[in-house]
Design a protein around this ligand. Sequence first.
Ligand code: PLP
Length: 397
Amino acid sequence: MHYNFDEIIPRASTNSVKYDLRKKIFGKEDVIPMWVADMDFATPDFIVDAVRERAKHPVFGYSFRSDDYFRSIINWQKRNHNWVIEKEWVRYSPGIVPALNFCVMAYTDPGDKIIVQPPVYFPFFSAIRNHGRVQVNNPLKLEKGRLNMDFDNLRKKAAEGAKMLFLCSPHNPGGSVWTQKELTEMVNICLDYNILIVSDEIHCDLVLPGYNHKPTATLSEAAADITITCIAPSKTFNLAGMATSSVIISNKTLQEKFDTLMEQLHVGMGNLFGAVASEAAYAKGERWLEELIAYIDGNVRFALDFFEKNIPGIKAIRPEATYMLWLDCRKMELDDEQLWKFFVEEAGVGMNKGESFGEGGEGFMRMNLACPRKTIKRALGRIKYAIDCHMNAARKK
Ligand SMILES: Cc1ncc(COP(=O)(O)O)c(C=O)c1O
């Protein structure tokens, strides 16, 4: 291994959301933070070097994204996802959540229905509701340890007149990597009912061994025509703080609507260092990604094994992608507030509440495994100890 993912890097006092907001979020500092989706690994050297190199020039004035920047995105998608995209399709966004909001504003009107498939990344909900659109749920079904789409219900909801569907591909939380068959069925429903698809593919590079990500827009020309795809180097290379993402749109009418909105909002400039970091990541990132995935896969296996052997009261859903573990804690028979309190107060582990991911998330917790294995061992040890104490106390009652 060239990269050392075992290194513990102190992140406190760096204005890190994950570390420096612990007191605010969890009410105390002593929690192992396994919540917000960034990684405790160092951003790879070739990105840091590129940023340093640019910083040697002392003027950081207005700038634009270079041809090399676009080429790096295009080549990465071709090499890693067999998706041929053109420069004219690529739009900048300061983030994927902003991109979801832009799509809602550009392509729908107040009162329009937008379909989501919970449990799902919760800013999907606010992107709909904050603009006066109506959220329509097509809940995923947990079947044999995997979150699956409910196509019958999707068709029913689509027939009731939705304008847009937010897809999370691969899925967060739960880590389903949607197959070509699943995506085709979903796209066909959207085509039948004239529904635009916003395909959030921020986790597309973090696919675990044995699975393949299929970009929604590559299914067919018809699929591409109704799909707006959101991608970013932020999860893959730990660059969330660089605020640089892309929206890929091949349909000319949709491009124009997006451009009009971006001009109105004046948010197209972006961050000079974000562009530098993104270009370096996509131009040179394969070896890092290969090693990262091997390490995350090791973390996932370790955690799954630990839960199975030592904490039978919690069932961890085996992810096909992402570094998130979706924990089914329903056997603990605690309500969501009690669950949260238990993990924070008794175990000292800070995770995301499952209920915040919407319908179907109740009784679950989301654990971020993008950290050195030692940290996972500590956290799981704390959880096991707390659960053993909890059970002993219950037995004595
Ligand atoms: C599915 C999904 N979309 C978007 C984001 C965040 O994107 P950004 O920080 O670029 O707004 C996350 C972060 O966890 C995510 O999991």
